[in-house]
Design a protein around this ligand. Structure first.
Ligand code: SF4
Ligand code: SF4
Length: 694
């Protein structure tokens, strides 16, 4: 096609007289773009360090999957398909767009490799690409204006709507496509006038339609239209290039880098400061994010890269129940702040506190760290690390919600949020109706075992949840595992403490537990608590391999070591994925495989399941903190179970159990719906004398 452009251009040399105009426009356009980007990069240079240069091949794979392959876009079918068409069209047209820019002042241009048949094929492809992009932007515009998907709306409390900006940008893309096609069509018209015939290869494409329309247009008109198309293309191209860094379309430039540098390790939390080891943390003067410049450069790049698509907030349970948090606006507000305080024209004025001006404390405490926002974002924007960093900043300033102060103090002094005695930590295992059938060893130096059952605080102390502990112990006993617990030597895993921003307290808990685990001499760890599982797997270092009890059960069911009695009562079961088992650790199939292995058990899926599971209301310290909300997350979740036709919700997390049982009462579903932990259900249905219900 470029060869074709060259030949036609050589024949006509229509653009040569305006060569200087094109050249000056190029220089102005590029200079403006370079200046704007330099200004936009200046806050990143003031941001905190971030370690994102490791594992380059994994990062390249992610580029291929999430950027080039648009992997997450089809999760929203209509918007996703429109985006894929626009993206693919842009990629296809990239060479042609640059060629058109150069042809303005050098009509002899030949792009190597794109002559002859290949060039002709490229011409046909780009004719269709321009047409498809034009149709896609028209569809996108109609969706925005007529159908108005709710997730694009901006509630007044979060600022101004961005619809006009989005429409304007779509219009600019449309103009670019029309100019491109017009350029091509005027050339075709000239070829016809010169007796070289009309090409009708790109059947029904926009250039094809225009070529037909120009068959009898005078050469003089075609010449003017050709220049107008070329110059309109150039001006629109540079205008778009320079306008994008002022709004949501900046992601076109930044998304490739954002995906490359995205976080690789799910379930982890970033260190307080990259490059500062735990041993030197006491020398850090200020913890967390208090002002914009406390964000890392990558966190700032996230702000630039957000496409404002609203998918994160659409899936955020906090947003769904009316808490004062919507992740999309965490980003948009930070970006607005950045643009205002680091203006393209004028000097930067910064260092203002974010809490109280940009964010409210409630907004930041409202997050359950469920990860639904991150799972959904097509551009791999992080949220949990930023929220934890903002909490670290508040904790450092002594800004801790009243209701959390007591449990945090209790964890510090007693190793559990209830303030109960350490020596009572193993009492659940000595219950008189349980102990004779299942003797749980306390690994206190006198006893040794191969496997440690890490119980954690809620299962150790909460009367209801202790039943999950006993069911887990019975399953391990049934399997003949040589296992024990740490008893008084175990402290809270610190999982929630860390995510609430209390890094130093977390480190104390972690160090204590790591030492106790090492002293016990165990070779593996099992836990029934996904939060403890995530802490041991992703927050702790140098501990034996850890498994969640659902993984152990699934393996042993598969091996034939666990057999089940059939379920005969006609109940309909559904499985609720706990966030820290599912999204954070991708354990989706094991619990489902276990349920499906129970004869007669009828299982249905909720509309939101697996990686789109809806958080039950937050585990750990969320039990001690009640943000303002219109409805409880747990209530919404049990309603989803009811809508799916289930009357039993199975989960595999003690915190989910507390929230769901409470929600069943609040939703008025008592007697109609029950919740049960997977370990309890397995214990109840195991075909063995050792399986007993308590
Ligand atoms: S982690 Fe969950 S609660 Fe927090 S912002 Fe994301 S979706 Fe909302
Ligand atoms: S953070 Fe991601 S999901 Fe959320 S609005 Fe931005 S691009 Fe969309």
């Amino acid at each position: 096609m470029l060869e074709a452009i060259r030949l036609t251009a050589q024949a006509a040399y229509w653009l040569n007289p305006w060569r200087d105009v094109f050249l000056v426009t190029h220089v102005i356009g590029l200079a403006c773009f370079a200046y704007i980007v330099a200004k936009r990069m200046s806050p990143l240079l003031r941001g905190q360090p971030d370690s994102r240069f490791d594992r380059p091949w994994i990062r390249v794979e992610r580029i291929l999957k999430y950027w080039f392959g648009q992997w997450k876009h089809p999760r929203y079918r209509t918007a996703g398909i429109i985006h894929i068409f626009i993206f693919a069209g842009f990629l296809t047209l990239a060479i042609r767009a640059f060629a058109l820019l150069i042809l303005g002042f050098n009509e002899d241009l030949v792009i190597p490799g794109l002559s002859g048949t290949l060039g002709h094929l490229y011409e046909v492809t780009t004719d269709y690409a321009a047409t498809i992009v034009l149709v896609a932007v028209i569809f996108a515009g109609i969706r925005r204006v007529v159908f108005k998907p709710a997730r694009y709306e901006v509630p007044a409390k979060f600022g101004k709507a961005h619809k006009a900006d989005a429409i304007f940008l779509l219009a600019l893309i449309g103009i670019l496509m029309v100019a491109d096609s017009l350029f091509e069509a005027t050339k075709g018209g000239e070829a016809f006038q010169a007796g070289r015939g009309l090409e009708f290869v790109s059947f029904l494409s926009l250039p094809w339609l225009l070529k037909g329309a120009f068959a009898s247009t005078s050469i003089s008109t075609l010449r003017h239209l050709h220049f107008a198309a070329s110059y309109l293309h150039e001006v629109t191209f540079y205008f778009l290039l320079c306008y994008r860094p002022f709004g949501i379309q900046f992601h076109v430039e930044t998304s490739l880098f954002n995906v490359y540098f995205a976080k690789l390790d799910k379930g982890t939390v970033k260190p307080v400061k990259w490059g500062v080891t735990d041993e030197h943390l006491d020398q850090v003067k200020s913890f967390g994010v208090k002002k914009f410049e406390d964000f890392t450069w990558k966190q700032m790049l996230d702000f630039y890269s957000c496409a404002d698509c609203g998918r994160c907030s659409d899936n955020c349970p906090a947003n769904a129940v009316g808490r004062p948090l919507s992740p999309r606006f965490l980003t948009i507000k930070a970006r607005d702040y950045c643009f205002e305080h680091y203006p393209v024209l004028g000097t930067a004025h910064n260092n203002q506190p974010l809490i109280g001006s940009v964010y409210s404390a409630d907004e930041i405490w409202s997050c359950t760290t469920c990860g639904a926002c991150e799972e959904e974002c097509p551009l791999l924007v992080d949220y949990i690390d930023k929220i934890v960093d903002l909490r670290r900043g508040m904790i450092d300033d002594g800004n801790v919600p009243q209701t959390l102060q007591k449990p945090l103090k209790a964890i510090e002094s007693r190793g559990n949020p209830y303030g109960k005695m350490e020596k009572k930590r193993a009492d659940w295992a000595s219950a008189k109706e349980f102990q004779p059938a299942c003797n749980v060893k306390i690994l206190d130096g006198k006893n040794r075992a191969e496997t440690l059952y890490f119980v954690d605080s809620i299962t150790s102390y909460d009367d209801r949840i202790q039943k999950i502990g006993r069911a887990t112990a019975r399953i391990l006993g049934h399997l003949g595992e040589d296992f024990g617990i740490l008893g008084a030597a175990e402290k809270d895993s610190g999982h929630e403490v860390r995510r609430f921003g209390e890094e130093m307290l977390f480190m104390d808990l972690r160090d204590h537990n790591v030492e106790a685990i090492k002293e016990s001499g165990v070779e593996r760890i099992v836990t029934s608590d996904p939060h403890a599982y995530n802490a041991l797997k992703n927050d702790y270092k140098n501990v034996p391999p850890v498994e969640h009890i659902s993984q152990v059960i699934a393996r042993e069911v598969e091996a034939g070591k666990i057999k089940f009695n059939p379920v005969t009562n006609g109940d309909v079961y559904t499985y609720h994925d706990p966030c820290y088992l599912g999204r954070h650790n991708q354990i989706y199939d094991d619990p489902r495989n276990v349920l499906d292995a129970i004869p007669g058990l009828k299982r249905v899926e909720m509309s939101r399941s697996r990686d789109r599971s809806f958080c039950c209301g937050g585990g750990g310290l969320m039990l001690f903190y009640e943000p303002k909300e219109e409805q409880r997350m747990g209530v919404k979740r049990v309603q989803m179970a009811a809508e799916a036709g289930a009357n039993v919700i199975v989960t595999a997390c003690p915190y989910c159990m507390v929230n769901l049982e409470d929600a069943i009462k609040v939703a008025g579903l008592e007697g109609k719906m029950t919740a049960i932990d997977l370990a309890e259900l397995v214990d109840k249905q195991m075909a063995s004398e050792s399986a007993q219900v308590m």
